[in-house]
Structure formats: C-alpha cells, structure tokens
Design a protein around this ligand. Structure first.
Ligand SMILES: [Zn+2]
Length: 335
C-alpha cells in the first residue's frame, strides 16, 4: 500500500512509519492529510540520504515530497550532515534554538533552517509543541503533534521521564518512545563503564521498564511505537513482554527495516478508550503476532479486534499465533 491509496484512507488522516531506529541511525516519516493538504514530514535525518530515499521509494514517496523535517537533536545518529545539501530546497527544517551552535559545527546551517523556541505549525497545519528534555549536553526535544482529531507524541533519547513529559504527551493517540536497554544486559555488556554510566545516569537513554512506565502514565489511546532499541543491550522479546496485555497495540522498531504504517487517530471509526486507572499488565493475556514485514507488532486481543474492524491492519486475520520476535542482527552500538 502507498500513500496514493486514498480510497482506503479517511479524508483526514495521519500515519507514521519508522524507517529505522537505533544508534546506527534514526529516521521516521509522517504523512498527514488534513483539509485537503498533504504533508510529508521526516522526523530526524539519521540515515544517509541514499538509504532514506530508497526506504521512501518502497512507500511510494520521493524526497521531493518532503515538506517538513523535525529534528529531535543533532547527534550523528539523528542528523547526518550530508542532508544539508540533499533536502528539497523548499522543505522546512525545524530545529530548536539551543541546537543551532551544533548545526553550525555540523554544516546544517548551510541551508535555511526554521528555528523554534515554542509552538509552531507544520505545512499541513498540525500544531507542534516541543518540550526540551535532558540528554547529554545539548538536550533533546520531545514533540507533541496535534491535528483537529488526532495526536502524536514522539520522544527519543530521553535522560529520564519527568512529570513534565508525562503531562506534555498525556492521552495522545500514538506514542513513539524509546525503549533503549535492559539494565541487566547493560551491566553485563562488554563496553566501557563510562558509557554505561552515561546511558543509565539520567541524561542518556530510557530502559525498557522506564519506557513501559512512561507509556502507562501517558496512557496513549491507540498505539505505542518503541524506538531506539540497543542491539547489544536489548532484545525485542524483553521489550514486548513489558507491554503485553496493555490497552494499546504496540510496534517495535528495527535498526534495519521499516515498520508498517501506524495510523494516528481514527476519525471514521469508534475509538478504543483505555481504562486509565488500570496499570499495564505484563503477561496476563495472550498476544497476537500480526503478520507483517520487517517489524514486530503486537496488540492485545480486544484492541486488535477493534483495529481489524477499523481496517487499520488489513493483514490481520484474527487467528491466534505464538509470540515471536524477529532475531536481531549482530552488531555493536553505542547506546
Ligand atoms: Zn540516538
């Protein structure tokens, strides 16, 4: 399916695909269509232009379609300098003012940038609310995107989860949040102690448990997308256990392959309303493995049924299947 399949999409619609996520590169694509306006927004530019173009082409998109870019921060796995010359001239690149000095160092200032310090609007009319969070020296931006009937929270490379972050993203339809490491695997990993301290010290990354707790507190309406899993210190199976039985469907991103499209809001279908007072239940109900390509996606049974009825998962046949995770490719990363 491509974005040109308008006959199966509501008139007002937004959806997210994580092209890749991890310390080897992060890039997601957000396509939205509201009030007759379509926009294609990249969130982070951590893959090479060539690889990004190839991934977009498989979705029926071209680099020339890109109208906006949101940059969470400018670490090399989120912003490759080659993009300064590779983006369409009329694409709006949105960058936090505190990241401008780093943009100058990396050469991103060679192209016009839209510097933000507070809320702003994307080309499609979505309102973007940025929130600065601790991460290394320069910090990172967590975004909340609001459309008239739907919302997305996007938060990665977080030092920790704060009350401010929870309040900022509370009740979004789709929450994309990092789930970087398993603490036991991190402690046992053959990597420098300073790196472990940096990652786990409150200004690095979120553990699986921290991510699950954040999702529980934020209480997304429909879907959680888990980002930035460490190859060396995490396992998709461990991540999936943290979210089994939750009131939302969830997708685990990959270093190497794109997720399927995750719909943001369902304006033409009844919404699943989670019981906000109920904590995430780990391992209490059977899960379904959705038959997808290059990703791991799960849903608790009731929500999977709702999603199927709403046409969100056209490949889902409702049959119960054992929980399976795609094996991770070997490799060493820094997070
Ligand atoms: Zn990163």
């Amino acid at each position: 399916m491509t974005v040109t399949d308008d006959h199966v999409q509501p008139a007002d619609h937004a959806r997210l695909c994580v092209l890749a996520s991890g310390s080897s590169g992060n890039c997601s694509v957000l396509v939205s269509q509201h009030s007759g306006r379509r926009s294609v927004c990249l969130i982070d530019l951590g893959l090479s232009p060539r690889r990004t173009s190839a991934a977009l082409a498989k979705l029926g998109l071209w680099l020339s379609d890109v109208t906006d870019v949101l940059l969470t921060h400018l670490d090399i796995d989120h912003c490759q300098p080659a993009w300064a010359a590779a983006l369409p001239a009329d694409a709006h690149v949105h960058i936090f003012r505190g990241h401008v000095p780093e943009a100058e160092r990396t050469g991103m200032l060679a192209r016009p940038l839209r510097v933000f310090t507070s809320d702003f609007e994307l080309s499609c009319g979505a309102e973007v609310s940025p929130l600065r969070m601790p991460h290394d020296l320069e910090g990172v931006i967590a975004f909340r995107l609001n459309w008239p009937r739907s919302s997305l929270g996007f938060a990665t490379d977080l030092g920790r989860v704060t009350d401010g972050l929870v309040g900022h993203l509370a009740g979004v339809d789709v929450l994309a949040i990092e789930s970087n490491y398993d603490p036991m695997m991190q402690r046992r990993a053959a990597r420098p102690e300073f790196l472990k301290r940096r990652i786990m010290g409150g200004s690095g990354h979120l553990s699986n448990a921290q991510a699950a707790e954040a999702a529980q507190r934020i209480a997304p309406r429909d879907h959680v997308v888990l980002l930035h899993l460490s190859r060396q210190c995490n396992d998709p199976e461990l991540v999936s256990r943290m979210h089994e039985g939750a009131d939302y469907a969830f997708t685990i991103s990959s270093h190497d392959l794109p997720t399927r499209w995750v719909n943001i809001g369902r304006p033409d279908a009844p919404r699943a309303v989670p019981d906000r007072a109920r904590p995430v239940r780990n391992g209490r109900s059977a899960s379904l493995r959705l038959p997808t390509d290059g990703q791991t996606e799960f849903a608790s049974q009731p929500l999977a049924r709702i999603a199927f009825q709403a046409g969100l998962f056209p490949l889902l046949d409702g049959a119960e299947a054992p929980l399976q995770c795609r094996p991770q490719a070997p490799g060493i990363d820094q997070a």
